[in-house]
Design a protein around this ligand. Structure first.
Ligand SMILES: C[S@@+](CC[C@H](N)C(=O)[O-])C[C@H]1O[C@@H](n2cnc3c(N)ncnc32)[C@H](O)[C@@H]1O
Length: 303
């Protein structure tokens, strides 16, 4: 399916943003850009403010195919989730769900696996409000939940009523972490976040990851990182070697960690995103090996 032709859920978009902005205590910061809203702008979404569109324009001016990278991410997510559904996975925990629209995991599950259960996590109040609105509009409230949380604290997410009530962590679950780990810097210990989630899930669970890679176009990736840093947003493209390091303990499935459009390509999406996406993607499985003893201190705690 060509996701870009499906169209944007405009009414829900405007309603969610309006409702949020009418709440004076919403936590929405409109004086500087937010990663979720900039990303939405790059796929033609409507949940943006002028500051987001300005940063989006600067990103496109610096790296003209940046929107194709975002679409490559969306198509990879769709292909990977379809394979997991075919493999019998019916539970999804999405980290950094973003605003998403038609390319979101929520929409994908609505279309292809209405019976599946899912929890969608983001630190951005606009992303969470919009995801909640989408779940409500689709009548999936008994099967899906949106959670406002920081993925740097995975134990808080695992303990949240939304996760406890919606997912059975005694059964395999797919952890979806597309386009989010490159928003964590080394001090945020993204590998420890993934290791903690590995230890909290059972054999047969999966991890779906995409991550900006600096190897092939280091100067452009440094420019993207710099433009984000100017807006106080962490963006940390990593080397292939470093991204592989994040996935330690998880068993990569074929074809391994590859450019997102090359992960089991399909028409027409592979054709639409065939440029060097700078985005590496992988699906990995929890084989039951490499399970560490549960950490006694619980979650990774930082500011
Ligand atoms: C680039 S968007 C990717 C959205 C979606 N996963 C996708 O692939 O289309 C990154 C998302 O991660 C969220 N995010 C960044 N850091 C986060 C954190 N520490 N905890 C939770 N969400 C975070 C941002 O708010 C944003 O919505």
């Amino acid at each position: 399916m060509d996701l870009r032709r499906v169209g944007s859920p405009r009414v829900a978009a405007v309603l969610a943003l309006d409702a949020l902005m009418s709440d004076g205590d919403s936590g929405v910061e409109i004086s500087r850009p937010a990663a979720a809203r900039v990303y939405d702008h790059l796929v033609g979404g409507l949940h943006t403010f002028e500051v987001d569109r300005q940063l989006g324009a600067r990103l496109v001016a610096a790296v003209p195919d940046v929107s194709r990278m975002v679409w490559a991410d969306a198509y990879f997510l769709a292909r990977a989730v379809r394979e997991l559904i075919a493999a019998g996975i019916g539970q999804f925990l999405e980290l950094g769900c973003g605003i998403g629209g038609v390319a979101s995991l929520h929409h994908l599950l609505c279309r292809e696996a209405g019976w599946a259960r899912s929890v969608h996590v983001d630190a951005d109040p606009v992303a969470v409000a919009h995801t909640r609105e989408q779940i409500h509009t689709a009548g999936r409230g008994r099967r899906a939940a949106a959670l406002h949380a920081d993925i740097r604290h995975p134990q808080d997410i695992l303990d949240a009523p939304e996760v406890q009530g919606m997912l059975d962590l005694g059964e395999p679950v797919a952890i979806i972490a597309t386009g989010v780990l490159h928003h964590l810097d080394a001090l945020d210990r993204p590998s420890a976040v993934l290791a903690e989630l590995h230890d909290a899930t059972v054999a047969g669970s999966y991890l779906v990851v995409s991550h900006l890679c600096s190897d092939s176009r280091p100067r452009e990736m440094a420019t993207l990182a710099g433009l984000h840093a100017d807006a106080s947003i962490w963006l940390v493209p990593r080397t292939r070697r470093d991204i592989e390091g994040l996935l330690a303990g998880w068993d990569l499935l074929p074809p391994g960690l590859v450019s997102a459009p090359d992960w089991h390509p399909e028409e027409p999406d592979s054709a639409a995103c065939s440029a060097d996406s700078c985005l590496l993607a992988a699906v990995a499985r929890h084989s039951g090996a490499n399970q560490r003893p549960k950490p006694r201190g619980g979650s990774i705690k930082r500011g």
